[in-house]
Design a protein around this ligand. Structure first.
Ligand SMILES: [Zn+2]
Length: 270
Protein backbone atom coordinates (compact mmCIF):
# COMPACT_ATOMS: atom_id res chain seq x y z
CA UNK A 1 0.00 0.00 0.00
CA UNK A 2 2.94 2.35 0.64
CA UNK A 3 3.55 2.64 -3.12
CA UNK A 4 -0.02 3.85 -3.73
CA UNK A 5 0.49 6.88 -1.53
CA UNK A 6 3.10 8.15 -3.99
CA UNK A 7 1.05 7.45 -7.06
CA UNK A 8 -1.97 9.82 -7.15
CA UNK A 9 -3.00 8.80 -10.67
CA UNK A 10 -3.32 5.15 -9.68
CA UNK A 11 -5.08 6.19 -6.50
CA UNK A 12 -7.67 8.09 -8.55
CA UNK A 13 -8.32 5.06 -10.72
CA UNK A 14 -8.70 2.88 -7.65
CA UNK A 15 -11.01 5.32 -5.89
CA UNK A 16 -13.25 6.21 -8.83
CA UNK A 17 -13.54 3.45 -11.37
CA UNK A 18 -17.10 3.93 -12.57
CA UNK A 19 -18.71 6.52 -14.85
CA UNK A 20 -22.45 7.21 -14.87
CA UNK A 21 -24.74 8.28 -17.71
CA UNK A 22 -28.22 9.32 -16.61
CA UNK A 23 -31.14 9.97 -18.97
CA UNK A 24 -34.94 9.95 -18.98
CA UNK A 25 -37.11 7.11 -20.24
CA UNK A 26 -40.58 8.45 -20.99
CA UNK A 27 -41.77 11.26 -18.72
CA UNK A 28 -40.13 10.52 -15.40
CA UNK A 29 -38.39 7.13 -15.34
CA UNK A 30 -34.62 7.44 -15.07
CA UNK A 31 -32.32 5.39 -17.24
CA UNK A 32 -28.89 4.92 -15.70
CA UNK A 33 -25.81 3.36 -17.26
CA UNK A 34 -22.82 2.56 -15.05
CA UNK A 35 -19.55 1.98 -16.87
CA UNK A 36 -16.43 0.40 -15.40
CA UNK A 37 -13.52 2.22 -16.99
CA UNK A 38 -10.91 -0.48 -16.41
CA UNK A 39 -12.78 -3.40 -17.99
CA UNK A 40 -15.23 -1.59 -20.28
CA UNK A 41 -18.15 -3.47 -18.67
CA UNK A 42 -21.43 -1.53 -18.54
CA UNK A 43 -24.65 -2.14 -16.61
CA UNK A 44 -28.05 -0.54 -16.97
CA UNK A 45 -29.93 -0.03 -13.72
CA UNK A 46 -33.35 -1.49 -14.62
CA UNK A 47 -34.66 -1.59 -18.16
CA UNK A 48 -38.13 -0.10 -18.50
CA UNK A 49 -37.78 0.28 -22.27
CA UNK A 50 -35.09 -1.06 -24.60
CA UNK A 51 -35.03 1.67 -27.28
CA UNK A 52 -33.88 4.66 -25.17
CA UNK A 53 -31.26 2.47 -23.46
CA UNK A 54 -29.91 1.34 -26.83
CA UNK A 55 -29.75 5.01 -27.91
CA UNK A 56 -27.85 5.89 -24.72
CA UNK A 57 -25.40 3.05 -25.37
CA UNK A 58 -24.81 4.35 -28.88
CA UNK A 59 -24.25 7.90 -27.56
CA UNK A 60 -21.75 6.80 -24.95
CA UNK A 61 -20.07 4.17 -27.09
CA UNK A 62 -20.40 1.74 -24.18
CA UNK A 63 -21.20 -1.97 -24.63
CA UNK A 64 -23.91 -3.38 -22.37
CA UNK A 65 -22.80 -6.39 -20.35
CA UNK A 66 -25.22 -6.36 -17.41
CA UNK A 67 -28.78 -5.48 -16.41
CA UNK A 68 -29.13 -4.82 -12.67
CA UNK A 69 -32.80 -4.98 -11.68
CA UNK A 70 -34.15 -3.34 -8.51
CA UNK A 71 -37.73 -4.68 -8.64
CA UNK A 72 -40.27 -6.37 -10.87
CA UNK A 73 -42.53 -3.46 -11.90
CA UNK A 74 -43.10 -3.22 -15.65
CA UNK A 75 -41.62 0.27 -15.97
CA UNK A 76 -38.35 -1.22 -14.68
CA UNK A 77 -38.22 -4.57 -16.51
CA UNK A 78 -40.33 -4.44 -19.71
CA UNK A 79 -37.29 -3.72 -21.89
CA UNK A 80 -35.26 -6.70 -20.68
CA UNK A 81 -36.16 -9.25 -23.42
CA UNK A 82 -35.34 -6.86 -26.28
CA UNK A 83 -32.21 -5.56 -24.57
CA UNK A 84 -30.94 -9.05 -23.79
CA UNK A 85 -31.63 -10.19 -27.34
CA UNK A 86 -29.72 -7.18 -28.71
CA UNK A 87 -26.71 -7.34 -26.38
CA UNK A 88 -26.61 -10.69 -24.57
CA UNK A 89 -26.36 -8.80 -21.28
CA UNK A 90 -26.59 -10.82 -18.07
CA UNK A 91 -29.65 -10.10 -15.89
CA UNK A 92 -29.17 -9.76 -12.12
CA UNK A 93 -32.36 -9.45 -10.06
CA UNK A 94 -33.74 -10.21 -6.59
CA UNK A 95 -33.57 -13.97 -6.09
CA UNK A 96 -37.09 -14.02 -4.68
CA UNK A 97 -38.38 -12.26 -7.84
CA UNK A 98 -36.78 -14.58 -10.39
CA UNK A 99 -40.21 -15.64 -11.60
CA UNK A 100 -41.51 -12.05 -11.81
CA UNK A 101 -38.54 -10.56 -13.70
CA UNK A 102 -37.88 -11.73 -17.28
CA UNK A 103 -34.82 -13.84 -18.15
CA UNK A 104 -32.97 -13.67 -14.82
CA UNK A 105 -29.44 -15.14 -14.97
CA UNK A 106 -28.33 -14.33 -11.45
CA UNK A 107 -30.56 -14.07 -8.38
CA UNK A 108 -29.19 -12.02 -5.46
CA UNK A 109 -30.09 -11.37 -1.84
CA UNK A 110 -28.95 -9.29 1.15
CA UNK A 111 -25.20 -9.54 1.71
CA UNK A 112 -24.40 -10.65 -1.85
CA UNK A 113 -22.34 -8.48 -4.11
CA UNK A 114 -22.19 -8.15 -7.88
CA UNK A 115 -19.25 -7.01 -9.93
CA UNK A 116 -18.88 -4.99 -13.09
CA UNK A 117 -15.22 -5.40 -13.94
CA UNK A 118 -13.46 -3.83 -10.98
CA UNK A 119 -16.63 -2.08 -9.76
CA UNK A 120 -18.41 -3.88 -6.97
CA UNK A 121 -21.98 -3.32 -5.71
CA UNK A 122 -23.37 -4.67 -2.46
CA UNK A 123 -26.97 -5.85 -2.46
CA UNK A 124 -29.19 -4.19 0.15
CA UNK A 125 -32.68 -5.65 0.53
CA UNK A 126 -35.19 -2.79 0.79
CA UNK A 127 -38.72 -4.24 0.96
CA UNK A 128 -41.70 -1.90 1.10
CA UNK A 129 -42.43 -0.60 -2.42
CA UNK A 130 -42.39 -4.26 -3.46
CA UNK A 131 -41.81 -7.30 -1.25
CA UNK A 132 -38.40 -8.13 -2.74
CA UNK A 133 -37.02 -4.74 -3.81
CA UNK A 134 -33.23 -4.39 -3.68
CA UNK A 135 -30.78 -1.50 -3.91
CA UNK A 136 -27.24 -1.60 -5.33
CA UNK A 137 -24.53 0.16 -3.32
CA UNK A 138 -21.05 0.74 -4.73
CA UNK A 139 -19.05 1.65 -1.62
CA UNK A 140 -15.76 2.34 -3.41
CA UNK A 141 -17.42 4.77 -5.82
CA UNK A 142 -19.89 6.19 -3.29
CA UNK A 143 -22.93 5.37 -5.45
CA UNK A 144 -26.39 4.14 -4.40
CA UNK A 145 -28.97 2.94 -6.93
CA UNK A 146 -32.13 2.94 -4.82
CA UNK A 147 -34.78 2.14 -7.45
CA UNK A 148 -38.23 3.07 -6.14
CA UNK A 149 -37.41 2.77 -2.42
CA UNK A 150 -35.84 6.17 -1.74
CA UNK A 151 -36.54 9.19 -3.92
CA UNK A 152 -35.07 12.63 -3.47
CA UNK A 153 -37.27 14.24 -0.75
CA UNK A 154 -39.65 11.27 -0.89
CA UNK A 155 -40.00 7.50 -0.94
CA UNK A 156 -41.82 4.88 -2.97
CA UNK A 157 -45.46 3.95 -2.48
CA UNK A 158 -46.17 0.81 -0.48
CA UNK A 159 -47.56 -1.62 -3.04
CA UNK A 160 -46.54 -4.89 -1.38
CA UNK A 161 -44.87 -4.06 1.92
CA UNK A 162 -45.85 -2.60 5.28
CA UNK A 163 -44.89 0.82 6.64
CA UNK A 164 -42.67 -0.93 9.21
CA UNK A 165 -40.78 -2.71 6.41
CA UNK A 166 -40.33 0.48 4.41
CA UNK A 167 -39.18 2.46 7.45
CA UNK A 168 -36.64 -0.28 8.19
CA UNK A 169 -35.44 -0.21 4.55
CA UNK A 170 -35.07 3.59 4.62
CA UNK A 171 -33.09 3.38 7.86
CA UNK A 172 -30.58 1.10 6.10
CA UNK A 173 -30.15 3.58 3.25
CA UNK A 174 -29.90 6.70 5.42
CA UNK A 175 -27.03 5.05 7.37
CA UNK A 176 -24.78 5.03 4.30
CA UNK A 177 -21.99 7.66 4.17
CA UNK A 178 -23.27 11.23 3.75
CA UNK A 179 -21.32 11.79 0.51
CA UNK A 180 -22.96 8.77 -1.18
CA UNK A 181 -24.58 9.85 -4.45
CA UNK A 182 -28.24 8.81 -4.61
CA UNK A 183 -29.68 7.69 -7.95
CA UNK A 184 -33.40 6.83 -8.08
CA UNK A 185 -35.94 5.30 -10.42
CA UNK A 186 -37.95 8.47 -11.04
CA UNK A 187 -37.74 12.25 -11.34
CA UNK A 188 -40.35 13.04 -8.69
CA UNK A 189 -38.32 15.60 -6.77
CA UNK A 190 -40.36 18.73 -7.45
CA UNK A 191 -43.67 17.27 -6.27
CA UNK A 192 -41.87 15.63 -3.34
CA UNK A 193 -40.43 19.03 -2.38
CA UNK A 194 -43.90 20.59 -2.34
CA UNK A 195 -45.13 17.88 0.01
CA UNK A 196 -42.01 17.98 2.21
CA UNK A 197 -42.53 21.71 2.78
CA UNK A 198 -46.06 21.04 4.10
CA UNK A 199 -44.69 18.90 6.95
CA UNK A 200 -41.33 20.66 7.48
CA UNK A 201 -41.95 24.30 6.53
CA UNK A 202 -39.21 25.86 8.68
CA UNK A 203 -36.37 23.68 7.36
CA UNK A 204 -33.95 26.21 5.83
CA UNK A 205 -32.00 23.57 3.89
CA UNK A 206 -35.22 22.16 2.46
CA UNK A 207 -36.50 25.61 1.47
CA UNK A 208 -33.22 26.38 -0.29
CA UNK A 209 -33.27 22.99 -2.02
CA UNK A 210 -36.86 23.52 -3.18
CA UNK A 211 -35.80 26.79 -4.84
CA UNK A 212 -32.89 25.03 -6.55
CA UNK A 213 -35.19 22.23 -7.74
CA UNK A 214 -37.67 24.72 -9.22
CA UNK A 215 -34.81 26.42 -11.09
CA UNK A 216 -33.45 23.09 -12.38
CA UNK A 217 -36.86 21.89 -13.54
CA UNK A 218 -37.64 25.25 -15.18
CA UNK A 219 -34.75 24.64 -17.54
CA UNK A 220 -35.51 20.94 -17.92
CA UNK A 221 -32.46 19.79 -15.92
CA UNK A 222 -32.32 16.70 -13.70
CA UNK A 223 -32.49 17.06 -9.91
CA UNK A 224 -30.58 13.81 -9.39
CA UNK A 225 -28.24 12.53 -8.16
CA UNK A 226 -28.82 13.79 -4.65
CA UNK A 227 -26.69 12.70 -1.68
CA UNK A 228 -27.52 10.72 1.43
CA UNK A 229 -26.32 13.69 3.51
CA UNK A 230 -28.75 16.07 1.81
CA UNK A 231 -31.61 13.60 2.08
CA UNK A 232 -30.98 13.07 5.79
CA UNK A 233 -31.32 16.83 6.30
CA UNK A 234 -34.24 17.47 3.93
CA UNK A 235 -36.30 14.32 3.29
CA UNK A 236 -39.12 13.97 5.87
CA UNK A 237 -39.47 10.23 5.13
CA UNK A 238 -35.97 9.69 6.54
CA UNK A 239 -36.88 11.62 9.68
CA UNK A 240 -39.91 9.74 11.01
CA UNK A 241 -37.98 9.37 14.28
CA UNK A 242 -37.27 13.12 14.51
CA UNK A 243 -39.43 14.66 17.26
CA UNK A 244 -39.73 17.82 15.16
CA UNK A 245 -41.53 15.95 12.35
CA UNK A 246 -43.76 14.11 14.82
CA UNK A 247 -44.68 17.44 16.42
CA UNK A 248 -45.47 19.00 13.02
CA UNK A 249 -47.90 16.14 12.39
CA UNK A 250 -49.50 16.59 15.81
CA UNK A 251 -48.06 13.21 16.83
CA UNK A 252 -45.57 14.10 19.57
CA UNK A 253 -44.41 10.92 21.30
CA UNK A 254 -45.74 8.59 18.59
CA UNK A 255 -43.57 5.72 17.34
CA UNK A 256 -41.44 6.31 14.23
CA UNK A 257 -43.45 3.67 12.35
CA UNK A 258 -46.70 5.49 13.17
CA UNK A 259 -45.18 8.81 12.09
CA UNK A 260 -43.90 7.22 8.88
CA UNK A 261 -47.34 5.69 8.23
CA UNK A 262 -48.97 9.11 8.60
CA UNK A 263 -46.38 10.79 6.34
CA UNK A 264 -46.95 8.18 3.61
CA UNK A 265 -50.75 8.47 3.96
CA UNK A 266 -50.61 12.26 3.66
CA UNK A 267 -48.36 12.05 0.59
CA UNK A 268 -50.78 9.58 -1.02
CA UNK A 269 -53.56 12.14 -0.56
CA UNK A 270 -51.46 15.13 -1.69
ZN1 LIG B 1 -41.89 0.50 -8.94
Amino acid sequence: MAGLAFCPALWNITAMAASIHQFLIGNDNYGILIHDEASGATATIDAGEAAPILVALKQTGWTLTDIWVTHHHGDHVAGIPELKAATGAKVTAPLADKDRVPLVDHGVKEGDSVTLGSTRAAIIETPGHTANHIAYYCADDGLLFAGDTLFSLGCGRLFEGTPAQMWSSLQKLRALPAATKLYCGHEYTQSNARFALTVDPENAALKQRAREIDALRAKGAFTLPSTIGAENAENPFLRADDPLIAARLGMAGASPVDVFTELRARKNRA
